[in-house]
Write a protein of this length. Structure first.
Length: 203
């Protein structure tokens, strides 16, 4: 739901959560990307989140957000459908305690920093066609999402990568095992437009 819909849920929120939401709503008007409000499958509410999108494709690269509790927030990468936090904190994790105003400031700074981070796309090309791509934060090299197309890849490459153990979940090829990319394209940052406020379709 939209951020300003939190008032419809106000009887369900504590006084501290309401104070936090009022403050974060003021800060959110400064951002170019949309911020959304959800409930996790396990009932946690409210969870505020953003989608980092590729500006040249209808593709969500990362869903990240904060769970708001009384006197505490916990932020990190979220499951993009269930909006739950990961079992183990990632490098994006934010855990903070304080007053609603202090927590709203910390969350706003965290969201703002995420939206400003540069993202690049590595592309691997065979016979003029892109057979693999990988999106990552340019400052840390942390991967966000990837694609590998067996039918377009060089013959025998998949077999070699599987033999080398460069796979993950259900035999998907891990593009970290590929050689240097043929192209590196900025998709978020100085050379790319600001992210859309619309939630795109999933891939």
């Amino acid at each position: 739901m939209f951020l300003d819909d939190w008032r419809e849920c106000e009887p369900e929120l504590s006084e501290a959560q309401c104070a936090f939401m009022a403050q974060i709503e003021i800060r959110a008007v400064e951002w170019s990307a949309g911020i959304w409000l959800e409930r996790t499958d396990d009932g946690s509410f409210p969870v505020l989140f953003i989608d980092l999108n590729s500006t040249d494709e209808n593709l969500t690269l990362l869903t990240a957000g904060v769970r708001v509790e009384d006197g505490r927030i916990h932020g990190d990468k979220l499951h993009n459908q269930l909006f739950t936090l990961p079992n183990e904190p990632t490098g994006l994790a934010l855990i903070a305690s304080g007053s609603p105003e202090e927590l709203a400031d910390r969350a706003a700074e965290w969201f703002d920093a995420l939206m400003r981070r540069h993202v690049v796309r590595y592309e691997w090309v065979h016979r003029g066609q892109i057979y693999a791509s990988r999106y990552l934060f340019s400052d840390t090299g942390e991967g966000l999402c990837q694609m590998y197309n067996d039918t377009l890849a060089p013959p025998g490459q998949r077999v070699r990568l599987v033999a080398a153990g460069l796979t993950r979940g259900r035999g998907w090829i891990d593009t970290r095992g590929l050689r240097q990319p043929d192209r590196i394209i900025t998709v978020r940052g100085d050379a790319a437009e600001a992210g859309s406020t619309d939630r795109p379709g999933r891939r």
